[in-house]
Write a protein that binds this ligand. Structure first.
Ligand code: MG
Length: 679
């Protein structure tokens, strides 16, 4: 073997000396080292699959778009149950369902009742039957659980916002003066972030306050200390027709309303308006947002007016921040996502979150689903629960939630819980302190960049460094790998609608260590971007039968032209489909793919710059060792195989092999192969 290695080094050295192109290391037109044997097309010959699903292959699906059993256009639990054989045949071992609860929107992330099934999807009996049918096929069921917020129409929130005495009042975060309360450390969910991270757009009036007629009087007679005085009024002034901006003063409030004051002389300006604003108001000296000077409060603590009392205005020209001026009597609630569609749940201080009413209520509902047979949960938006994404608060909270639900789960296997931390690796890693599994967004971002740039030799080193990071927080971390999901542009679009790249990405996903998730439709080469609406990355599953949904009118009819259907895939889609099926089968057949660890290849790694598109690693489990090779670029590559390979157990794309005194491999663009190695 040492001899072959020296030969290889010589080869690399001579290639680099002669300035060979990246696609011709060991160029076979000039290489006669293996005698007169010829390249032959490589065919995979895996061992027969015994039907046992050894791997953890998860499948993400959106109930509403997946399979419709009753012809109402919306996917449902019975439809999903009837498509379980398809998922079983794909080798899937667990399903992540989009939220199943009654909700305000089609996507379900604005929950109205954590304890019930959305009637559009069926009944609790339908759900239990679906779980039973899934379990009978060794498929686990994970439900999506939305812990950060409820829908605004949730009965808890409606009750809580109706009265300070509501038993649900503490389920949410209310404040008359959020800026002051945050600055004073009174809002536990935001306490460690403090007022510095405060975003005014994340507070909303508890109800759309009825407009009131108010009179605003500016006293600019001392221009270094102008004031505003607010009183109630009976009539609303006409809009000021004066278009001059000389000494003009405007009030800015509500949903982008800007009205000009009347100049009453002697530095007095006055205007009566019909006032409704969830955030208060500012005074401006120009129409354009970036022009002139803004006047408001000097600090969050002193941002609320008293009716009839002059309020000193601070301006933005001295580099100080200017805060919104707030009206007394308003109640605001917190919603982290800049929309009053949601209302954030209040778990109090993270260290004692279990004492909060909201925690008790959501865990009580979670236990109902454990009783209904679920095996795990996907937790939505977990980095947003406590505001400070980088503090320990969210991991502390998540650890409590996990232990509460997992402790209730009566099974030999641990309860599964995967969190969505939509961040890069180093920001996501600390969340392993709270949860056993996390989605690895960085994996897909690095993979898609690597494939689109045609550079494969650095990928393994990068991914292994991430895994070390994750491991430092949890020894038995579960790396939940994925390509795109329902919140991102489809993998197919990110990869330029290249079906070869899609097949390659699927092969990388299914040959990497971790817990891979297939986003429904990925196996059929789906594309779609969020540009025209999220629905375009959530298109109906194209079955080629009556189960195909029509839940939205935002349907890309071009998609079915491109990919066909599950029953009848287009040739392009079939190449992707075959890759998913064969690589999933290999993962379920070989323990090293199913449960093994990625190991950096000792030759074909980041240091081999003569074949930059080659991405190689070993998968090792107990005494089984596999060689995984991918070509991340469109050009053929050929090279001397230094490993003592046996048969190929999975491949996609065009791959040829030449055996003689030594073995050479030719990998077509975007191709993949997994070899069994001689022990
Ligand atoms: Mg239906």
């Amino acid at each position: 073997m040492k001899k072959i290695y020296r030969l290889f080094l010589l080869l690399v050295l001579s290639l680099s000396l002669f300035g060979c192109k990246k696609d011709i290391p060991g160029n076979d037109n000039t290489d006669n080292g293996s005698g007169n044997s010829e390249y032959v097309r490589l065919v995979a010959s895996p061992k027969a699959w015994d039907g046992n699903k050894q791997a953890d292959i998860s499948y993400q699906l959106l109930i509403y778009s997946f399979a419709d059993s009753d012809g109402d256009g919306t996917g449902d639990l019975k439809g999903l149950t009837e498509k379980l054989d398809y998922l079983d045949s794909l080798g899937v071992t667990s399903l992540w369902l989009s939220p199943i609860h009654p909700a305000m929107s089609y996507h379900g992330y604005d929950v109205l009742d954590y304890g019930e099934v959305n009637p559009d999807f069926g009944t609790i009996e339908d759900f239990k039957e679906f779980v039973n049918q899934a379990h009978s096929r060794n498929i686990k069921v994970y439900i999506d659980y939305v812990l950060n917020h409820t829908g605004r129409e949730h009965p808890w929130f409606k009750d809580a916002s109706s009265s300070q005495d509501s038993p649900y009042r503490d389920f949410y975060i209310f404040s008359e003066n959020p800026q002051a309360d945050i600055a004073a450390g009174k809002i536990d969910m935001i306490a460690t972030e403090g007022s510095g991270g405060y975003d005014q757009g994340q507070w909303f009036a508890t109800s759309t306050t009825e407009a009131v007629t108010l009179s605003f009087t500016l006293d600019w007679s001392d221009s270094s200390n102008p004031t505003v005085t607010v009183t109630t009024a009976d009539t609303v002034d006409e809009d000021n027709p004066d278009e001059s901006e000389n000494n003009a003063k405007y009030i800015y409030f509500g949903d982008g309303q800007l009205k000009k004051f009347y100049d009453k002389g002697n530095g007095i300006y006055q205007l009566n308006v019909s006032f409704s604003s969830s955030w208060g108001f500012l005074i401006k000296t120009a129409v354009e947002w970036t022009a002139g000077t803004k006047y408001g409060a000097g600090s969050p603590e002193n941002s609320m007016i008293e009716f009839g009392v002059p309020f000193v205005l601070h301006n933005s020209s001295d580099n100080n921040a200017v805060y919104d001026i707030r009206m007394p009597g308003s109640q605001y609630f917190h919603s982290h996502f800049w929309t009053n569609w949601f209302a954030d749940l209040n778990y109090g201080k993270a260290e004692e979150a279990e004492k909060s009413g909201a925690f008790k209520a959501v865990t009580e509902c979670a236990k109902k689903w454990v009783d209904a047979g679920i095996d795990g949960m996907r937790l939505d938006a977990v980095k947003h629960i406590y505001h400070n994404e980088r503090s320990d608060e969210n991991p502390i909270f998540l650890d409590k939630f996990y232990k509460e639900v997992a402790g209730y789960y009566n099974s030999e296997e641990p309860f599964y819980m995967v969190g969505e931390v939509f961040s890069d690796h180093s920001d996501a890693a600390p969340y392993y302190k709270g949860l056993p599994a996390l989605f690895d967004f960085a994996f897909w971002w690095r993979l898609s960049d690597a494939i689109n740039n045609g550079v494969g030799n650095k990928f393994v080193k990068t991914i292994l460094s991430y895994k070390e990071e994750y491991k430092s927080y949890r020894a038995d971390y579960i790396d939940a790998l994925k390509l795109s999901n329902h919140d991102e542009d489809r993998a197919g679009s990110v990869l330029g609608e290249s079906y070869k790249k899609m097949a390659l990405a699927g092969a990388v996903l299914l040959t990497s260590s971790g817990n891979p998730y297939i986003y429904y439709g990925e196996e059929l080469g789906y594309s779609g971007t969020k540009a025209g609406g999220d629905e375009y990355v959530r298109q109906p599953m194209l079955w080629g039968d009556t189960y195909t949904t029509s839940y939205t009118d935002k349907i890309d009819n071009g998609l079915s032209t491109k990919v066909g259907s599950i029953a009848s895939p287009s040739p392009d889609a079939k190449s992707v489909f075959d890759t998913y099926k064969s690589f999933a089968r290999a993962r379920n057949s070989y323990p090293a793919l199913a449960r093994g660890q990625m190991v950096r290849h000792d030759v074909f790694n980041e240091s081999v710059t003569s074949i930059p598109s080659l991405c190689a690693w070993y998968m090792v489990y107990e005494d089984e060792k596999l060689l995984v090779l991918h070509n991340f670029a469109q050009d053929n590559i050929s090279f001397l195989l230094r490993d003592d390979v046996l048969n190929a157990i999975a491949l996609q794309g065009d791959i040829s092999i030449k055996k003689g005194n030594e073995t050479r491999l030719m990998m077509g663009g975007y191709s993949s192969v997994v070899f069994e190695l001689n022990k």
